[in-house]
Design a protein around this ligand. Sequence first.
Ligand code: B12
Ligand code: SF4
Length: 456
Amino acid sequence: MNILLIHPKLKSYRQPKLPPLGILFIAAYLEKKGHAVRVIDFNVCSKNESVNQILKGINMVGITATTPIIKEAWRLARIIKRRNIPVIIGGPHPSALPEESLRNGADIVCIGEGEETFAEIVEKWPNISGVLGISHLKNGEVIHEAKRPLLQNLDTLPFPAYHLLEDMSAYTTPQPVITEPMRTLTIITSRGCPYLCNYCFKGVFGQNWRAHSAKYVVDLWQYLYEKFDVQLVGIEDDTFNLDYGRVKEICRLLKERGIKTQWTTAQGIRADRVDKELLKLMQETGFIRTGFGIEAGSQEMIAKIGKSLDLKKVRAAIRSCKELGIESIGYFMLGNYGENEKTMEETIALACELNPDIAHFTIAVPLPGSPLFKTIEKEGRFIIDDWNLYGYTRGLCYFEVGELKKKLVEKMWKKAYRKFYLRPRIIWKLLTKKATWISPGTFLKAGLSYLGITKN
Ligand code: B12
Ligand code: SF4
């Protein structure tokens, strides 16, 4: 079959441009089964093709979607369906709310991991009843087939089909504003997470952490380094360092094979599963920057949001990064359930005390399917219902509950950025950083929007 896989354009705000790994894994799996696959990432697509040209000879289309791109996915699905081509939508958002996508243009929704599911749909089409892990319409009625068990051995998956990316040079580093541009590709080395943060959606990869072996990871790394001349590898795992021994082994293999890339763990690593020795080893293999998901300013609030993280270990991890010269990014969240002005002040104070190189403050987003969403449904009030606006970087408040009001949360968000960044030593640090001057316009724009002076 000729299959087209699409990553819809994110239109409502700016984000780093990273390869759509979900559909790249599916593409590789389908290619291995003998199908011809094309991938279009509308976030970087520069070709000027008509819809007819794009869809010529295509037998089936798959579209990936998170919440802020789901409406664009539906728009594309409706255009494609007018040509009688079946459309499957998958990814986190439709996995949480499958019926909604079936009512808006999808023939089938894939819930959870998509490699085996998509391959089976292709094989059985149009007799898809009984395919595990899908929802579909039968005579206008929604049918939810049984769940598909998660893949047990991730190493059986072929490498994501990076070779199908139409313009590899268009992808940015995970932190484009603060990083000098260089050939970057991202990888994901594990799936699932055992923690229980209330704002997180876990309906795709579940609760059990499954990882590619160190050998698979370094084979992939070497492939990107040698085949595509990658200079920076961005690890996008939720919890890359859950297994301390695996990280050590990855570093050992990187050294042994002489792979000379820089690398980062921008999504964040667990501060409680890293120490100076490991960070040093990582640094020796090109590791330059890491994020830490800290989220709240007191141990009590951290417990309330289900995060399970010892702040003493966060302090130690950031101290080690500073001592070694590894750049650190602190992720902090404001306006989560159970917060008030005092707890948000504590978060801002902790950010200033820890003083990572970069602090990101986000307002809690009740992602569909997350525990937070369910709590707000029961106890609070959603303020924003347009999925296009669901994103952590906007500085918008999404819900009100108890004493937690929109005005307060948005005020605290602006205060957080101003308090953290408008300190002389931080301004000096930013102004003396080479990356600031590579694209001063972008830097200024981002700065003004984060300080609440302009819109994102
Ligand atoms: C890297 C990452 C990013 C990167 C960008 C990724 C990209 N290329 O667009 C950045 C930092 C820019 C980012 C931004 C955002 N992200 Co993000 N991100 C991730 C992260 C950590 C990894 C994504 C990834 O590569 N996964 C690996 C691949 C293999 O998994 P996958 O994409 O889910 O694909 C599998 C299945 O979903 C399914 N599938 C996917 N698509 C399709 C399509 C078809 C047809 C089929 C059959 C199956 C299928 O099969 C795939 C293989 O098994 C995930 C968490 C996670 N572990 O997945 C969060 C996650 C996807 N992000 C999330 C969110 C909320 C966002 C933002 C809204 C936050 C923000 N900053 O504003 C934005 C949205 C941006 C956008 N363009 O959509 C949520 C999404 C929840 C939701 N309801 O949509 C997640 C799940 C985190 C979480 N646990 O809450 N993100
Ligand atoms: S936010 Fe990160 S640590 Fe928390 S449950 Fe989600 S993936 Fe796990």
